[in-house]
Design a protein around this ligand. Structure first.
Ligand code: ZN
Length: 695
């Protein structure tokens, strides 16, 4: 890359709190950030993605207390678990650290003293909630009561989940201590405040100068509301006992966790710089920096990241963020994640049952650049992944590779038969890149799937499996499949930020090095590729159901690993000699009424599996529109089950169910041909939907 075009980018995700495990709700953010980071890396930019555990505050102190261990022991254990979970979902941090570190203490003290020395702090007496039973001042989140603004009950003491209003815990109506369940006393303490109002002109200018790119429109509107309401002074101190950093000039006082948590972004980066030759902290954080700094956060912490955080940075003489990108919350099957419904799913539980790539794709498929909530619909999740990734994307490779590996010794042709089709795929690259840059991942997925449809259509038009059996056309099989595989490779370039593990398997398959964005520009020709291995299995809905079940009973011992979720593709044999057609004699003539008794329907193959122990059968799961059926079909010798999902077939729908040795067949799929490799399933033109009657 031309050095003038190379951007220097620092990216963060919000710091997960170190008192509990990572769940799928967290992963929306880390997967979203990771996709964007991986995209920027593939484009050749200098990118650093840092994060840390948010390790301070009363909840950690109380949790450690309850477990009978020190806060340090708790945060160390949780830190290890967090890093394991992030790694298993392919979240590619350059540094993962903790806010409970020397770098953060030094930076927090420095930033505080700068802000104080410039006159932006004051002290003031505050009436605070005090739990006399526990002997401690109560953090905001340990007092619950009714929101003083919108009157919603059961709200935390710092902010309302309903109206997003912020207030002091003492403002709550009918407050209770969460620690002891008793009404808190009000005690006075002298606290330290940052005069946030001092920064209002600067904050307004920061938002305005970004030309609409600093925050999303919905957040900009929120900021306007907050500005109009007037910025309140921010209480940054907490009384002991507190797990955190002591405030240097205020004995018995600690920095509120929300002071040193965002500073933890800098501390993690500082730690990375100290370990990386040539990487300079000031290049990214000095006011004169030309590097870009992006924070990805949930919309619930926008107040902290768009007001407090830029104010602290500015007050201490650092640069401010390039942008703060907010996302919505995760719902599962249309509602809040719920432990009783088994939809409060931990990352580690998901990983036992399903491949992380599935979730990365589904989240990407649902993520735009707004702050709307994202719904994980578990049925749609399985159907979408199976249809897009297995039925469309991987299918392209499965349909072409077997010919290249069997008949051409793994060698690709020297030229492409339709270079203009390949060029059209390459030309889509900049449009897709612009969508990634703008965090429009759903649109990326849709655009790539349109291209996948086009690639499958090309293969359908040329039918290499037919060409291979025709001596005059057999020579065309290699170039046709070479183009098919190259189209697949371009699509994998475009999806690599979303599907890094699949991309790695594809890279091994093509044996031409790591895919970068510009890999799409040059097709692979005349070289050898490795034999196709299983790239991705279909999602078995049973595995999804088992994961939900396991999430209902978190206290039970970990269940055994899920059953294998799909069959490996079975390549059909090539080159069997064409037998001379033997015309079967016609059956006796029947009247229309007799024909009309046969109820033929359009069906779509949802899944196809080999049947254990059966030489000839494939088990087809069919969608008949009005119901689902399992049909055992003697087509194994001619069809690779991996190529069947998504295709339409014709079914005798009113044939009595037949009990066979390997199970019950609920109908019959129509096909022509004498058997072995010569079996051809009936197809139907595009537009016909499952369930339509055939007359
Ligand atoms: Zn409210």
């Amino acid at each position: 890359m031309n050095p003038a075009q190379q951007r220097r980018i620092l990216v963060t995700s919000a710091l997960p709190y170190a008192n509990g495990p990572i769940h799928l709700g967290h992963l929306v953010e880390y997967i979203q950030t990771d996709i964007w980071v991986r995209f920027q890396r593939m484009r050749g930019h200098e990118v650093y993605y840092v994060c840390a555990d948010d390790a301070h505050g009363t909840p950690i102190m109380l949790r450690a207390d309850a477990e009978g261990i020190s806060p340090q022991a708790l945060i160390e254990r949780v830190g290890v678990e967090h890093q394991r979970d992030f790694a298993s979902f392919g979240v590619s941090f350059d540094n993962y650290y903790t806010t409970h570190c020397e770098e953060n203490r030094v930076l927090s003290e420095y930033i505080y003293s700068q802000v104080r020395d410039k006159g932006h702090t004051r002290t003031g007496k505050v009436a605070q909630a005090y739990d006399a039973v526990k002997g401690m001042f109560l953090p905001d989140r340990y007092v619950k009561g009714t929101c003083p603004i919108c009157k919603t009950p059961d709200q935390y003491g710092d902010a309302c989940e309903n109206c997003s209003g912020t207030y002091a815990p003492t403002d709550l109506i009918d407050p209770l201590s969460v620690v002891s369940g008793t009404p808190p006393e009000i005690r006075e303490s002298t606290n330290i405040f940052v005069k946030l109002g001092d920064f209002e002109p600067m904050l307004r200018a920061w938002v305005r100068d970004g030309g609409g790119a600093r925050v999303q429109p919905a957040i900009a509107n929120k900021l306007d509301e907050w500005f109009k309401a007037g910025l309140q002074d921010w209480d940054i101190s907490r009384d002991e006992p507190y797990f955190g950093f002591a405030i240097p000039d205020a004995p018995g006082k600690y920095f509120y966790v929300w002071v040193d948590a965002p500073i933890g972004y800098m501390a993690s980066f500082r730690n990375l710089c100290d370990r990386t030759a040539g990487l300079e902290f000031d290049d990214f954080w000095a006011v004169s920096s030309t590097a870009e700094v992006y924070h990805f956060i949930g919309k619930d912490i926008a107040y902290f990241h768009t007001l407090f955080w830029p104010a602290l940075l500015h007050g201490a003489g650092f640069r401010m963020p390039t942008a703060v990108n907010c996302h919505g919350f995760l719902t599962v099957d249309g509602t809040k994640m719920s432990k009783s419904r088994g939809t409060f799913i931990m990352a580690a539980t998901y990983k036992e049952y399903l491949e992380p790539e599935y979730l990365r794709y589904y989240f990407a498929y649902k993520l735009g650049n707004g702050i709307d909530d994202l719904d994980l619909n578990l049925d749609d999740f399985a159907a979408r992944v199976n249809s897009d990734l297995v039925g469309k994307l991987v299918n392209i490779a499965a349909r072409c590779d077997r010919f290249i590996s069997r008949a051409f010794d793994g060698r690709l042709a020297d030229s492409l038969p339709q270079p203009e089709l390949y060029q059209a795929f390459v030309d889509a690259g900049e449009e897709i890149a612009a969508l990634y840059e703008g965090r429009e991942f759903a649109k990326v997925c849709r655009r790539v799937m349109q291209l996948a449809d086009r690639a499958n259509q090309y293969i359908d038009e040329h039918k290499p499996w037919v060409m291979a059996k025709d001596a005059e056309q057999a020579a065309q099989v290699q170039p046709v499949c070479t183009l098919g595989l190259n189209l697949f490779r371009v699509l994998m370039v475009y999806l690599k930020p979303v599907l890094p593990a699949l991309a790695e398997r594809v890279e091994q398959f093509f044996a031409s090095g790591a895919l970068i964005w510009n890999s799409a520009h040059t097709p692979l020709l005349g070289c050898r590729i490795n034999r196709f291995e299983r790239l991705l299995n279909r999602i078995d809905k049973k595995a999804v159901a088992a994961m939900v079940q396991a999430s209902k009973e978190p206290e039970q011992p970990a269940p055994a690993a899920a059953e294998p979720v799909a069959d490996e593709p079975v390549a059909a044999e090539l080159g069997t000699a064409e037998p001379a057609p033997q015309w079967e004699p016609l059956q006796p003539t029947i009247g229309y009424d007799t024909f009309a008794k046969v109820d033929l329907r359009v069906a779509q193959v949802m899944a196809a599996h080999r049947v254990e122990g059966a030489d000839k059968l494939l088990s087809l799961k069919l969608d008949l529109g009005f119901e689902e059926r399992t049909v055992l079909a003697g087509i194994k010798s001619a069809y690779d089950p991996a190529t069947l999902s998504g295709r339409k077939v014709v079914v005798v729908a009113n044939l009595a169910a037949r009990k066979m040795r390997f199970g019950t067949s609920e109908g019959m799929v129509l096909a022509a041909g004498p058997g072995e490799a010569d079996i051809w399933l009936l197809d139907i033109d595009d537009g016909a939907v499952p369930g339509l009657r055939i007359r």
